[in-house]
Ligand binder design. Structure first.
Ligand code: SF4
Length: 357
């Protein structure tokens, strides 16, 4: 276990080092408070600040806090936490590797071997054969580019807005580092939530409650009541378009879109208004169904179907990269809202208000 592993605990070699040291995670969570505390800090700081806080002085504590943090995230088992935590780890790694890339060897103080080079990271993520240095920057194979850029926000990243030379996309050094940041985020999120043995889970009850409290204080549900059609999951966009084209929708599809709109905060009147353009959606029936879904005329408030159900009915259409990380259309929407800036949301709200006026 060396300083580089503590600094970049997602590296395959860091994992091997932990395994080779014969670390028993159950023993660590039971007896090593410093590791559990640092793990908890990694997770809570990721939720609140989207980074993971100051590194511990001890290399051992810093490195072992990473697998323990992943266990805590798994025990809480919330999509939004997995995303925030992976973003936090990736943002801190980005700061560190950018610092490493730009540190002049002659000026580096001690412990030069704790640093990584861009080439090290390209090799780590099996990208070496897909990225070629050029005079202006780098050329990235289009498949690799698409894989990594699809989760990055911003029109500049869309392939239609890029030059494409013979199956390769030219990027600057800074852009390549953004792609590497995304590779780290994907690596951290990979496999989460883990299945956690009871012996480990039972020792982390307090840490799990603390993370749940931090999450609830963030009031992430506040955003889900914001209606931004631009951020709807592809399946719901498709159903909404079909409603507005006047298509006849089978019962399961109609239930899915109506429940989704009700769950994100639309009133019965608003849903009736959206469906007005489709003569197949009689107002009376729409009102009855929507009230029923919202629990007005029934004892239950219904939730839109999960992705597995949507798939089994053929309602999962055009899934995108984010769909790989979620299991419910509401989680997709929640994640998109979480990623959007307040300014962007304000713009969308203004646009919607104007179009309604
Ligand atoms: S994976 Fe889920 S959220 Fe994505 S399109 Fe399919 S049903 Fe919708």
């Amino acid at each position: 276990m060396d300083a580089r592993h503590a600094r970049y605990p997602f590296l395959a070699s860091a994992r091997t080092a932990v395994q080779e040291a014969g670390v028993d995670l159950a023993d660590v969570v039971q007896n090593d408070d410093a590791v559990v505390e640092r793990a908890l800090e990694r997770v809570t700081t990721a939720v609140t600040d989207r980074e993971i806080g100051e590194a511990a002085h001890s290399t051992r504590v810093e490195l072992l806090s990473y697998p323990v943090a992943r266990v805590i995230v798994s025990l809480v088992d919330e999509n939004i936490l997995v995303r925030r935590y992976a973003q936090g780890e990736a943002n801190t790694a980005y700061e560190r590797f950018r610092d490493d890339f730009t540190t002049d060897d002659d000026l580096a103080s001690v412990g030069g071997d704790e640093r990584v080079s861009r080439d090290d990271l390209l090799r780590e993520f099996d990208l070496r054969d897909h990225v070629t240095p050029t005079e202006e920057g780098f050329d990235v194979g289009v498949a690799t580019y698409l894989l990594l850029s699809s989760s990055i926000r911003g029109e500049d990243w869309r392939l239609v807005n890029r030059r494409l030379d013979d199956g390769r996309v030219p990027v600057s050094g800074l852009e390549l580092d953004d792609l590497l940041r995304q590779a780290v985020e994907d690596r951290v999120a990979d496999g989460l939530p883990l299945s956690v043995p009871d012996a480990i889970g039972s020792e982390l009850g307090e840490a799990v409650s603390e993370v749940k409290t931090v999450l609830s204080e963030l009031d992430l549900t506040r955003d889900i009541d914001t209606v931004v059609p631009e951020l709807f999951p592809p399946c719901m966009t498709n159903l909404l378009e079909r409603v507005q084209r006047g298509d006849h929708l089978p019962h399961h599809s109609r239930f899915a879109i109506t429940a989704f709109l009700a769950n994100i905060g639309l009133s019965t009147d608003e849903i009736v208004q959206i469906y007005e353009v489709n003569p197949g959606f009689g107002e009376e029936m729409t009102r009855y169904q929507t009230d029923h879904i919202q629990g007005e005329s029934s004892p239950t408030e219904y939730t839109a179907p999960a992705c597995a159900t949507m798939k089994s009915y053929g309602d999962c259409v055009n899934p995108d990269a984010l769909c790989d990380h979620i299991s419910h259309p509401l989680s997709y929407y929640e994640a998109k809202l979480d990623d959007a800036d307040e300014d962007e949301l304000d713009d969308w709200r203004d646009q919607n208000d104007q179009s309604e006026a």
